[in-house]
Design a protein. Structure first.
Length: 197
């Protein structure tokens, strides 16, 4: 290991000051999984953004407004959740729904823009073929956000819950996908640790 290099899981952090970088190697099949998931999530974000309602006030002021209704897809709802939650008894009052609609309309365009930005940095920095990825610290922060979105998307599709087993029996239709979910979790957590050391 080169002097001054820190290893966390598959990640290696080196350099100093503005020259710091974080490196990781991926096999071809790992890159295919990352590309496919990332493109799917970016497509969902683009569809959501492109279907934003038109608003005369937004056209006059330049302030975009977003959807007031949550996404119909459970996976996208997980990535763009309501900002206000029901009260302690779980009652989802009309007031809470109205507040969520207003907050979503105001803030969802910014949230989508940030998520799309991180997703693009992630996708654009993946190499064409198996090999090493070298990230600046800012790019690595985008990777943390993008990996989180990929992980949440897959977890939502699979219905991952606290009682979900670590592994599913061989032959289970979701065994491989659950393995990818856990791999994404380890990648994200270890990158976050590498960033904070």
């Amino acid at each position: 290991m080169p002097k001054g290099e820190i290893r966390v899981g598959p990640w290696r952090r080196g350099g100093s000051g503005a020259e710091q970088s974080i490196r990781v190697r991926f096999a071809e099949h790992e890159l295919q999984v990352l590309r496919t998931l990332s493109r799917s999530v970016l497509d969902w974000f683009a569809e959501r953004r492109n279907s934003e309602p038109s608003d005369e006030l937004a056209e006059l002021t330049g302030i975009r407004t977003g959807h007031t209704e949550p996404p119909s897809s459970a996976a996208l709802r997980r990535l763009l959740p309501d900002m206000c939650h029901p009260d302690d008894e779980g009652t989802d009052s009309a007031e809470v729904r109205e507040l969520n609609a207003a907050m979503r309309g105001l803030h969802e365009p910014e949230v989508l823009e940030a998520k799309e930005g991180a997703g693009r940095v992630f996708l654009d920095s993946l190499p064409e073929h198996a090999g090493e990825v070298v990230l600046t610290l800012d790019e690595a922060k985008s990777w943390v956000a993008a990996l989180n979105d990929l992980r949440l998307t897959l977890g939502s599709i699979l219905g991952v819950a606290p009682d979900t087993p670590e592994r599913l029996p061989p032959g289970h239709p979701h065994a491989a996908q659950l393995g990818v979910y856990h791999w994404l979790t380890v990648l994200q957590e270890s990158l976050l640790i590498a960033l904070t050391r």
